[in-house]
Design a protein. Structure first.
Length: 237
């Protein structure tokens, strides 16, 4: 029984870590596909030479990758800092405001529909071990799970690398086709197809209707590129 329980916990932790990594990859890939695609589309509206667009895209992709990776890192650090501060506060309250924590623990058990006698026994039992009590309160009162100390770095790398991979796709046709507007046609097909597949995959993970999710992501990418192309054409005149 204990082995099975331990296996369930391990499986759940691995699942959560995998979900976090997949979320990072989806974020990085979707932005990596959309932003360079919009940039290339905008420039294609006013420039005929693909070489200039390639140079602009190559300059933008590392910058976008670093910016997105930094955002992922700061988000992960914020989550870690919040967790540490809440655990520190909970330790302080258990040491200095024991009566308050006793009342909150009883209140939790009361919310489960337990009798007052059982509430008192359960609270007395769990409050004997400070560490277990802190773990109990942070999980059931605060809804906090222990964070991976490397989460911020992993998130930054996952998002940054995914952005680079995604950004190469809309630029690829410009490497081989000199005429920018001709290259844009192939870029649009490749990018929108990738966005559709990414949106479908993302929706499958989150439980949203896959087809609607895929169309939503694709339309956002298409709208961004069309807006960039239109604005460039407008200012050209």
């Amino acid at each position: 029984m204990d082995t099975h329980f331990h296996h369930d916990i391990t499986h759940n932790e691995e699942h959560l870590k995998s979900s976090a990594a997949l979320t990072d990859i989806v974020i990085g890939m979707s932005d990596g596909l959309t932003v360079p695609f919009a940039l290339a589309a905008g420039l294609s509206g006013v420039i005929d030479n693909s070489n200039i667009i390639v140079i602009a895209g190559i300059a933008q992709i590392p910058a976008g990758s670093i910016a997105m990776g930094l955002g992922g890192y700061l988000s992960g650090k914020t989550e870690q800092d919040h967790y540490k501060n809440e655990v520190k506060r909970e330790n302080h309250e258990i040491e200095n405001l024991r009566h308050k924590e006793i009342a909150e623990t009883k209140e939790f058990f009361a919310g489960l529909g337990l009798s007052e006698e059982v509430q008192n026994k359960a609270t007395e039992e769990i409050s004997r071990d400070k560490n277990k009590w802190v773990d109990f309160m942070k999980k059931y009162q605060l809804g906090l799970e222990k964070t991976d100390p490397k989460r911020a770095t992993k998130s930054a790398l996952n998002i940054g690398i995914s952005y680079i991979v995604g950004g190469i796709i809309p630029l690829s046709p410009y490497f081989f086709i000199d005429d920018a507007q001709e290259a844009l046609k192939y870029s649009a097909v490749a990018t929108l197809l990738c966005l559709f597949m990414l949106g479908y995959f993302k929706s499958k993970i989150t439980g949203v209707n896959p087809l609607l999710g895929a169309l939503r992501v694709t339309l956002i990418g298409a709208a961004a590129a069309a807006a960039a192309f239109g604005v460039a054409k407008l200012f050209e005149h």
